[in-house]
Structures are given as structure tokens and as C-alpha cells.
Design a protein around this ligand. Structure first.
Ligand SMILES: *Cc1c(COP(=O)(O)O)cnc(C)c1O
Length: 391
């Protein structure tokens, strides 16, 4: 631990993703660790970015984002969620969902404010809350039982009593993530109603990270928390083009919400990055306007990859929890997940990430033996990983 690192960032050293990706290179392993696709996004999107480079779009875009993108975000959320947001005052373009989330925490939290989050939690949440001086209060999602060599398709569960017990007089907001990374869970309507009840009853705010909104598989349906009665006016909805258009390096995200809440994020954002990704903004706008068939198509393709991987993991004798959405499947291993993931590249030539890193220290035991495999990879890459795991 660095003696110079600020106290509020102690414990947020180098992410395990960096360690595992380096291990993948060093051992020549198939990397199913970090969740990024290994094929390019749609030509309709990429071509717009290529054409924009070398034009005035290379210069600072307007602070809230290019109008063409804000309008596209607004039309997209209207089309898929039936929610109307004013493109000028209720939509803000950010440097990925990551900046939208960090900006929301910096713009909304006072020191000591508590943020209720589902656990396991995406790694930037705890850091974002900590940078704002807030306190994370985790509420566990629990995996279904999965016998060795079998695929469980039951969803992870949220205990209503545990959610209610997490609320204190210091609670400021609920930070939701659905579809959820790393579990692949999609909150169903009853669960969303529970969250909405709690938020309304205690007069809280909600921030909902929906970057996987289009990567949802048959049998599950994504509903935004903002669609529930009385929730639009107290919810910030965070989205991103990274996962939807296979452009995770572009870092074009956004946040939609009532003007007053969006202004809080904008206040923080203007001193974080001010603006970002000039040439990529019109490209993501073009992507958001693609026909419904594009969005259904990426989900269907990814569902095939999910099945390919979970079947293979089960054939390798592992107990697998099949996700309802996202890029990720979870397995339970014998013993410690971090030790398992450090050995796996040497033993069989495959890299995964220990889901234990997505748990807070106080709940370390809940994730101790869980490992996350990404399946947003070419079929031959998934097949090679399975071949190595089975051998
Ligand atoms: C990938 C991811 C993000 C980050 O999105 P960017 O647009 O790349 O910043 C945020 N939340 C979750 C749950 C993610 O998986």
C-alpha cells in the first residue's frame, strides 16, 4: 500500500483485470477475463467515426455533448423504455458510463452519505463512492445452487429483508445495476418494485447502470427502474455505447434524468473531463438509431455464445450458473477463487477473473469461491478455451 495514496483510495490498488490480462499474455492463455469483444462493431457506426476524424468534430464538443447524440439518446430511450427525456436539459454525454457514475457520486454525495448497492458490485462503484466521500452499503445477490457438471438457469436472488435492512438515516441513494455485472442477473418486475418502494418510502434517489440493456437473453426482459411509477423524477439512468456497439475503447456514455439531477452530474463532469470523444459521438448517435433488428441480433448472437460456453464449462465438470444477460457466466470452484484464477493459466492456459474481487471486505466469504468467465469472444476462441478446460 502506497504511503502517498490518499486515505479514501486505500484498498483500491491495481485491478485484478490488469494482473489477469498480463498473466494471459505471459502464459499464452485464452483470455476470458476482461469483458470486451474481439470482433469489430457494426460498419454503420464505425464508418461515421472514420468520416468524422479530420473534421471540426476533432475539436471540443459542447459541454453536455453533441446535440445529434443527445437527441439520439432521447429517441432511443423513448423507443425502448417509453420514457421521454428532453435532449437539452435531461441528457448528458459522459466519458463512458464510468464517468457518468463517478460524476453522479461526486455531484450528489456529501461525506458520510450511504449508497446502497447490489453485491457483487462492478469495481468502479466502490471507488466512485469513496472518491465522493460516501460509504458503500452492500446488499448481496445470492447464486442458485449449481451441482458439479451441470448448468443452473435459475436466477440469482435478492432478499427483500436484506434490502430493507440496508437503509439507514444516512442513506442517500440506491445504486442499481441491471442487467447486472458480474452475475448476469436481470432484476424482474417484483424486484424492481421492491427497490422502487424502498426508494420512494425513504425519499431516496436512484442511479441505475443499464449498460447491458440490450444484451438480454430469451426468458428475461429488461425494465428500467425509471419506468416504475414515481421513479422517473428521482432516478438517473446511465447508459453506454461500449457494450452495445462493441466499442468499449470509445468511452461514450450518457445519463438521463430530471434536469435538476442531470445538472448535478454535469457540474462534476465539467471538471473531470469537460468533454470527450468528439468523432465518436456522432458514430454512437448513428448506432442508437439502428433498427430494432440490430439490437435483437446482438442479443441472439451473444445468447449462442453463452450456451456454447456454459455447456463447455459444465462438460469440464464445473458447476455453472447461466446468466440471463450480459457477457459473463459464473462457476463455483473448490477453494479460493483468486488462487484458482492465478493457477488456471499455468495449468490449462485459460484466464478468468475471481468474482471475489466484486465483493466488499465484510462479505468476502460470499464470493470466495466464485469465478467469472466472459463469453463475448469469437466462437473458435470459446471452443479453444473449453477444449483446454476439458483436457
Ligand atoms: C463495462 C461497464 C461499465 C463501464 O462502461 P464504460 O462506458 O466503458 O465506462 C459500467 N458498468 C458496468 C456494469 C459495466 O460492465
Amino acid at each position: 500500500m502506497s504511503t502517498h495514496l490518499a486515505a479514501r483510495l486505500q484498498g483500491f490498488g491495481t485491478t485484478v483485470f490488469a494482473e489477469m490480462s498480463a498473466l494471459a499474455v505471459a502464459t499464452g492463455s485464452v483470455n476470458l477475463g476482461q469483458g470486451f469483444p474481439d470482433t469489430p462493431g457494426p460498419a454503420e457506426v464505425l464508418d461515421v467515426a472514420r468520416a468524422a476524424i479530420g473534421t471540426p468534430l476533432d475539436q471540443y464538443p459542447p459541454g453536455p455533448g453533441l446535440p445529434v447524440l443527445r437527441e439520439a439518446v432521447s429517441a432511443h430511450v423513448q423507443r425502448f423504455r417509453g420514457l421521454a427525456y428532453d435532449a437539452d436539459t435531461e441528457v448528458l454525454v459522459t466519458a463512458g458510463a464510468t464517468e457518468a457514475l463517478a460524476g453522479a457520486m461526486l455531484g450528489l454525495l456529501d461525506p458520510g452519505d450511504e449508497v446502497v448497492v447490489l453485491e457483487p458490485l462492478y469495481d468502479s462503484y466502490a471507488a466512485g463512492v469513496a472518491m465522493a466521500g460516501g460509504v458503500v452499503v452492500p446488499v448481496p445477490l445470492r447464486p442458485p445452487p449449481a451441482p458439479p457438471g451441470e448448468v443452473s438457469t435459475a436466477p440469482w436472488t435478492l432478499d427483500p429483508a436484506e434490502l430493507r435492512a440496508a437503509i439507514t438515516p444516512r442513506t442517500k441513494l440506491v445504486l442499481l445495476n441491471t442487467p447486472h455485472n458480474p452475475t448476469g442477473k436481470v432484476l424482474d418486475r417484483a424486484e424492481l418494485e421492491l427497490v422502487a418502494d424502498v426508494v420512494r418510502e425513504h425519499d431516496l434517489l436512484a442511479v441505475t447502470d443499464e449498460v447491458y440493456e440490450h444484451l438480454v437473453f430469451a426468458g428475461a426482459e429488461h425494465v428500467s427502474l425509471a419506468q416504475l411509477p414515481g421513479m422517473r423524477e428521482r432516478t438517473l439512468v446511465v447508459g453506454s455505447g461500449g457494450k452495445t456497439f462493441s466499442t468499449t475503447g470509445w468511452k461514450v456514455g450518457w445519463v438521463c434524468g430530471p434536469a435538476e439531477l442531470v445538472a448535478c452530474v454535469r457540474t462534476a463532469k465539467q471538471f473531470l473531463t469537460y468533454v470527450n470523444a468528439g468523432p465518436f459521438q456522432p458514430a454512437v448517435a448513428a448506432g442508437l438509431g439502428l433498427p430494432d433488428a440490430y439490437f435483437a441480433g446482438i442479443a441472439a448472437e451473444l445468447e449462442g455464445k453463452r450456451d456454447r460456453l456454459v455447456t463447455g464449462l459444465a462438460a469440464a465438470g464445473l458447476p455453472v450458473v447461466s446468466p440471463q444477460a450480459t457477457y459473463f457466466a459464473t462457476v463455483r470452484v473448490d477453494g479460493d477463487a483468486l488462487a484458482f484464477c492465478r493457477e488456471l493459466p499455468h495449468r490449462v492456459g485459460v484466464v478468468a477473473v475471481p468474482s471475489s474481487v466484486f465483493y466488499t471486505p465484510q462479505h468476502a466469504d460470499l464470493g470466495r469461491d466464485l469465478v467469472r468467465f466472459a463469453f463475448c469472444k469469437r466462437d473458435e476462441v470459446l471452443d479453444e478455451a473449453v477444449r483446454r478446460l476439458t483436457a
